[in-house]
Design a protein around this ligand. Structure first.
Ligand code: AMP
Length: 235
């Protein structure tokens, strides 16, 4: 399976990615983890990334894209991967598409985790106290959520337009959220078989709804996705 996990900081992507990687027996590729280990080792990449991470800003696209493409070219990713924290901008998503289309290994699914802002603040503040992450201070948390809303949230429309998206309610016990994800992936697979592929929303009751009923697309979806499609067509 080639899966992307999208969602705001604090939505539980890392926890779920680790569980899913075990379930599907494929590598968990977390850009945040790669950056943190480079920071800890004091590499040049770590020194560049740290300036941005400490402010709650995104590391520049060219740095992240080169790093992820290199990671995905490793033999252990040949059978599939779980991308956690990438892409985070439309430019990153386009670069990923171009790379995967070139290898004839397109994404199977994109899962977007949703939780209310108050819940995200609560979780991130708890994590700050527990793990002392340098980017979990109050101001930085607020900024990271703003960066998500402006830079990353447009990817919901991008992937919805491509009919790859499942929205997952990220609130609840870890096991329940994992079960919702597996339901969403099953629903996407069934719908793939029936009519091409399709977007889904899985609510807290575990019911998967096709978009159009369970999910309202945001405005501007067409512009972002059409630009991406045009990029691919012009190759
Ligand atoms: P995370 O652990 O995924 O929340 O990532 C921690 C930090 O690493 C982010 O706040 C960014 O500074 C940086 N980072 C991780 N992934 C990306 C990405 N795809 N693009 C840009 N910066 C990233």
């Amino acid at each position: 399976m080639r899966i992307v996990l999208l969602g705001p900081p604090g939505a539980g992507k890392g926890t779920q990615a680790a569980r899913l990687a075990q379930h599907f027996d494929c590598p968990h590729v977390s850009t945040g983890d790669i950056f943190r280990s480079n920071v800890a080792e004091g590499t040049e990449l770590g020194q560049i990334a740290k300036q941005y991470m400490d402010q709650g800003d995104l590391v520049p696209d060219e740095v992240v894209i080169a790093m992820v493409m290199d990671r995905l070219s490793s033999p252990d990713c040949a059978g599939g991967f779980l991308l956690d924290g990438f892409p985070r901008t439309v430019a990153q998503a386009e670069a990923l598409d171009l790379n995967l289309v070139a290898q004839d290994t397109p994404l199977h699914s994109v899962l977007c985790f949703e939780a209310a802002d108050e819940e995200l603040y609560r979780r991130l503040a708890g994590r700050s106290a527990e793990l002392k992450r340098s980017d979990d201070g109050e101001e930085t948390i607020r900024h990271r959520l703003e960066v998500y809303a402006t830079k990353t949230r447009p990817l919901v429309d991008y992937y919805m337009h491509r009919r790859l998206l499942s929205i997952v309610d990220a609130v609840g016990h870890v096991e329940d959220v994992t079960a919702r994800i597996l339901d969403a992936l099953d629903a996407a697979r069934l719908s793939d078989r029936a009519n091409g592929n399709g977007n889904h929303a899985v609510n807290g009751d575990g019911h998967a709804n096709r978009h159009g009923r369970g999910y309202q697309p945001r405005s501007g979806a067409g512009a972002v996705a059409d630009r991406a499609a045009a990029t691919l067509r012009s190759r």
